[in-house]
Write a protein that binds this ligand. Structure first.
Ligand SMILES: Nc1ncnc2c1ncn2[C@@H]1O[C@H](COP(=O)(O)OP(=O)(O)OP(=O)(O)O)[C@@H](O)[C@H]1O
Length: 834
């Protein structure tokens, strides 16, 4: 058992301007302190006793310039090491909204070097597994999100997930030993780093998709990424199971400051409530006298029960934003950390005996004891008695029973099988005899000798028979259920194999750069082919999942491409694409190098073999038996060359592996950016459609007013925006004269005048909330966007909503094209950068 207090670290978020409100001081080898200086507010009067300086001590403070690597090396690596040794570990980030919790735990989405604690720890764990080949490691991953005190499984891979409620709900169950079990939380096995990263990506994407403006998941929910590790030595029945929780808590902001209302306030209450309960637990734990710890108050504290005051090596990272307006929050974050630092945990080695392995070991032991016994007795014993042995036993038994001497004994020797056989035979004889009241074995047992008779005997016999039959029935039932289980599991396996194969094939077809990069890598490392295939399966799953964005129609696709060019992430995406290309080219080059080195090694080995044969032949001729011990300079030189080539081969392989991780990470970043883009686009598109509908409503009411009062200022046509909306709607300026329409015209689904309805409702598809998907001809639209939109060729459906959406599309497209034209005129464009 290891007793230790929770370790606390602080990380300061980079601020644009250097702030003078705090200072960091390294006090000694095991601690640093941070001091906040809050000048007194003179507006509160001259007599003001408010404290000016607040000082807090941490194990280490990571100032603004700290890199993600520093955080991993100093904080996460020691925890990962203890998890590898069989202890539970938890790292949790706590701090106000935007202070860098997600950045620290998961990482930034822009650069490879921004990878946070989770991906780095996964990478480290798998590296350790490969180095410690004498151990067998099994890893499972779970990813839980807690929002409004309800748990959600983030590893759900359903394709049609669009909101948080679509995710499976996770509930807590407690066993009699008060152990917490999370029902409905997936625990997926990950065979290598790539599979684990894919699961992280799947969870993060689910988190992002489930996020709506009302639920900014990262801010308002707690996320717990858990690695479940099982470690054992081959052949040993002892297993070590440990868990590593990596926790990204919700923003710790106090409600009054955030100025929330309605739904957001409810959420904030829940969050603050769960953080409040967390604080309660921490206060209770830090007070020595308290016996009751209120873990059960919230899901968060129930799940983290072991991490706080239990069997776990726990570390807290307090994330702090040091700009002036956040000072109060930063001080309360540090205060919270000081309390946490008082908690003592007792981590124990989670070692247990694996029952299956124990049975296997005992079986082996029995087998070897049997062998030993047969060596001592000189008789080879089978589990069952042979026919010959049974025959001999029957004779012995008969002699024994026939002998009238009551002192006679039945000598069977030290063989349990024989003893059991004789006993069961005797029992059967007694039972049958007592049932039939007739001698069974050549008069061995006489009716007089039987103490039982009559009806009682009969019912006894029946009962025995029934019991026997029941036993047989149960046995058959068991056999049947085992067979059904086997059948089901085989069926499931076959189905899984088929789906995986289909996904794999699909992913290979879809993601060409990845496939290219992978094939170049896997070519060089043929021995890793199996791993690659498994990885490709899970990769296929992640990519499939990510590709689930809506399929755009032709016009919308065009608008999307233009939208993409203007998007804030465009440059980052381009940069990552370029990097990906470079890495892929480098990987390909290294692959070539690797092949060449391998060929050279093979060639050198051949030369060495040849040389050895030559020397052996000479030695036979010269009768020199000691030639093996003599040094041959040519052989030595060849060996040195081989060694050199092997070293170069190894370093190239290492680089290739690192490159592969980087390539995969870049691909994930790109794919994530793509999901975000699609989401932003849908949102923007929906907004445009909505705005257009609003304008249309204004236009209609204007027309009504004009109708009732033809000389009013609105009807004079001075409002250009309204007239342009009317133009869109009528398809031609002035083509539809609202002033001459009756009220019926507005109620009718089809306008009485205006362009003929040429479109079929089939080209209206789902777009955000309501939007238009397809237009009959994209050239038609191109014309519309380059000229002013007055053409009567806009095909309308007659449905108000759909028509408004069509016009929203046309207008949105025109806007985008205008923007593009402006861009093209800009100096950047003239430098050929667009
Ligand atoms: N150390 C850092 N270096 C660079 N950028 C950072 C750092 N910390 C945070 N950021 C940036 O600040 C922004 C907010 O950070 P982040 O999302 O991690 O905050 P958070 O505490 O998780 O917020 P929330 O409570 O809303 O989830 C992000 O854009 C992130 O990239």
């Amino acid at each position: 058992m290891v007793k230790h207090t929770i370790q606390i670290f602080a990380r300061i978020k980079p601020a644009p301007k250097t702030s003078a409100v705090y200072s960091v001081e390294k006090e000694d080898q095991i601690g640093s302190s941070i001091e906040f200086v809050v000048p007194r507010d003179l507006a509160q009067g001259f007599v003001n006793n408010k404290k000016e300086s607040y000082k807090f001590r941490f194990q280490k403070i990571f100032d603004q310039s700290a890199k993600q690597e520093d955080i991993f090396e100093n904080i996460a690596k020691p925890v990962a090491d203890s998890v590898l040794a069989g202890y539970n570990g938890t790292i949790f980030a706590y701090g106000q909204t935007g202070s860098g919790k997600t950045f620290t735990i998961t990482g930034g989405a822009e650069h490879y070097s921004d990878r946070g604690v989770i991906p780095r720890t996964l990478s480290y764990l798998y590296e350790c597994f490969s180095q410690e080949s004498s151990m067998i490691y099994t890893t499972h991953i779970s990813y839980l999100e807690i929002y409004n005190d309800i748990g959600y499984d983030l590893l759900e891979s359903r394709q049609d997930m669009s909101k948080l409620e679509d995710l499976p709900k996770v509930s807590i169950q407690e066993d009699p030993d008060q152990n917490i079990h999370l029902k409905n939380l997936s625990m997926l096995q990950s065979g290598n780093e790539e599979e684990a990263l894919n699961l992280l990506f799947l969870g993060d994407t689910n988190r992002m998709i489930a996020e709506t403006p009302m639920n900014q998941a990262s801010t308002r929910s707690h996320c717990i990424f858990t690695v479940h590790l099982c470690r054992r030595e081959p052949g040993s029945a002892t297993v070590r199971r440990s868990k590593l929780h990596l926790v990204d808590l919700a923003g710790s902001d106090r409600v009054y400051k955030t100025g929330l209302n309605g739904q957001l306030l409810t959420e904030a209450k829940y969050i603050n409530l769960s953080l409040h309960y967390l604080e309660q637990v921490i206060i209770a734990l830090s007070e020595k006298k308290r016996s009751h710890i209120p873990y059960r108050n919230s899901m968060l504290t129930s799940v983290l029960r072991d991490s706080l005051g239990g069997n776990c090596m726990t570390t807290m990272i307090a994330t702090v934003a040091v700009d002036k307006r956040n000072i109060d929050e930063s001080i309360s974050t540090c205060r919270f950390a000081q309390r946490v630092a008082l908690i003592k945990n007792e981590a124990i080695l989670n070692e247990e005996l694996d029952p299956a392995l124990l049975i296997a070991r005992l079986r082996k032991e029995v087998q070897s004891l049997k062998v030993e016994l047969s060596m001592v007795t000189g008789v080879q014993r089978e589990d069952q008695l042979t026919g010959d042995e049974i025959h001999k036993l029957e004779e012995l038994l008969k002699t024994f029973l026939d002998d009238p001497d009551p002192e006679v004994t039945l000598n069977l020797g030290p063989d349990l099988r024989k003893i059991q056989h004789c006993f069961s035979r005797l029992k059967m004889m007694v039972l049958e005899k007592s049932g039939r009241e007739a001698p069974l074995t050549d008069g061995i047992i006489t009716p007089e000798a039987t103490p039982m008779s009559g009806d009682f005997h009969e019912s006894q016999q029946c009962a025995t028979e029934v019991t026997k039959l029941k036993e047989i029935l149960t046995q058959r039932d068991n056999e049947i259920s085992i067979l059904i289980k086997m059948l089901k599991s085989e069926k499931k396996k076959a189905q899984e194999a088929a789906t995986q194969l289909a996904k794999f094939t699909q992913s290979q077809n879809i993601v060409s750069p990845r496939a290219a990069a992978q094939s170049s890598v896997s070519n060089e490392e043929s021995n890793e082919a199996d791993t690659n295939v498994t990885a490709a399966h899970s990769e296929g799953r992640a990519i499939q999942y990510m590709k689930k964005g809506p399929k755009f129609s032709m016009g919308k696709q065009e608008a999307f491409e233009i939208f993409l060019r203007d998007h804030e992430d465009h440059l980052i995406i381009e940069e990552n694409k370029t990097q990906l290309k470079q890495r892929s080219v480098e990987a390909k080059g290294l692959g070539g190098q690797l092949n060449e080195t391998r060929n050279r090694i093979n060639e050198l080995k051949k030369q060495l073999e040849m040389r050895r044969r030559q020397r052996a032949a000479h030695a036979v001729l010269d009768n020199n038996m000691d030639f093996e011990d003599e040094m041959d300079p040519v052989e030595e030189k060849l060996r040195t060359q081989i060694e050199r080539e092997k070293k170069s081969y190894k370093s190239t392989i290492d680089r290739l592996k690192a490159l592969r991780t980087e390539i995969e990470h870049l691909q994930l970043l790109l794919e994530r950016a793509k999901v975000k883009l699609q989401r932003d686009f849908q949102k923007w598109w929906g907004e445009e459609a909505f705005r257009m509908q609003e304008s249309e409503a204004v236009a209609k009411s204007a027309a009504l007013i004009r109708r009732s009062s033809p000389h009013s200022p609105i009807s004079s046509g001075s409002d250009t925006s309204l007239s342009s909306v009317q133009e869109y709607y009528t398809g031609q300026a002035g083509n539809l004269d609202y002033a001459s329409c009756s009220a019926e015209d507005f109620r009718s689904p089809t306008p009485k005048r205006g362009p003929p309805v040429t479109a079929s409702p089939a080209w209206v598809d789902e777009l955000g909330q309501r939007a238009i998907s397809d237009v009959k001809s994209s050239s038609q639209l191109r014309d519309l966007s380059t000229t002013s939109i007055t053409s009567s060729s806009i095909p309308l459906t007659g449905d108000m909503k759909a028509d408004a959406d069509i016009m929203a599309f046309v207008k949105a497209r025109e806007k985008l094209l205008q923007k593009t034209r402006q861009h093209l005129k800009s100096p950047l464009a003239s430098q050929g950068k667009l």
